[in-house]
Design a protein around this ligand. Sequence first.
Ligand code: NAD
Ligand code: IPM
Ligand code: MN
Length: 356
Amino acid sequence: SNEKEIVIIAGDGIGEEITAAARAVTEAAFQKAGVTAHWIEKKAGGAAIDAYGEPLPQDTIEACRKADAVLLGAVGGPKWDAVAPHLRPEQAILGLRKALGLFCNLRPVKIYKALEEYSPLKADLVADVDFVIVRELTGGIYFGERQEATGEGPDEVAWDKETYHRYEIERIMDVAVETAKKRRGKIASVDKANVLAASRLWRRIAEEKAKAHPEIAMDYLYVDNTAMQLVVNPGQFDVIVTSNLFGDILSDEGAVISGSIGLLPSASMGEGTALYEPIHGSAPDIAGQGIANPLGTILSAAMMCRHSLGLPAVADAIEKAVEQTLNDGYRTGEIYKDGMKKVGTAGMRDAVIARL
Ligand code: NAD
Ligand code: IPM
Ligand code: MN
């Protein structure tokens, strides 16, 4: 149908500003395509703690379950750093991922021609960068047993357990294989199998998948080496598949190769309604100033149109408009250089809308 129901969760910090911009761009694109969106605003994170005393109200989960897709800004901030661990704003994201069964997080990293020289890496190193991180999202150390600090003195202790089941590794490998088939057919499976038991199972299953799919070229890399390879030769990667924690860390590293963490979108998918969000956080240091880069959220909305709403042409239109906006020299502060057109969040929004 041409009617779509989208839950929009602003969250905290810059979340309000960037989701408002992404919504305006999406609305403008929908209007041209004759699509009607019903936007349902829900709270999560610190905003929900303030309003309801909990980071992820049941009402928000229910609304997400019923919707066609969820668009989220970011959660967290210093205001809530002292709350009990299970009530932290970040629990909202973790809880939503779990409640919706979103075991797979896609984080595509690419270089825009117009931004080649904004990368912290040399332009010739990044010219060919185009890879996607397939991050496992509902398992591993994020969701394992956990002991908050207990005891006293030198014996005070805390721990977090890394666990992976075969079914969890198999299904994320399957996504990596399907993703690679639509790309250049290369997978780097990233682990720490020289130390961790969970990584040894991870690698064994990756080897099984490689055997079952001879058309795929599978590489096995340790995560420390991968962190280094991303800096010395990021162009070698096509699909990177890795665990929850390693994927979190490597995706910030990958993101900034493109020039700014504010540019990178993501899609979290699995069993239930999929969730779309930029990979950056709530950026408390620049919140409320109208200067945050909204492109990561706008590009997340494009991924939403493609993967959840059955609107690939709208996704293409938004992505092309973003590229044109960058080609035309529009820059938020963190990617600004002399001679370019400096804009804030709203200016970037309007520049993208004008190019749809
Ligand atoms: P962050 O990503 O919020 O900020 C890191 C740096 O990048 C800051 O200097 C920030 O100003 C800058 N930055 C981030 N997004 C930007 C944008 N769109 N435009 C311009 N600059 C941008 O990471 P952090 O400071 O480590 O975390 C802040 C809070 O966000 C914490 O509470 C953390 O838990 C939370 N967090 C939430 C998410 C999420 O909701 N998905 C992701 C990461 C961190
Ligand atoms: C991300 C974030 C989250 C994560 C936090 C906020 C729970 O850093 O989406 O990358 O670690 O997954
Ligand atoms: Mn992260």
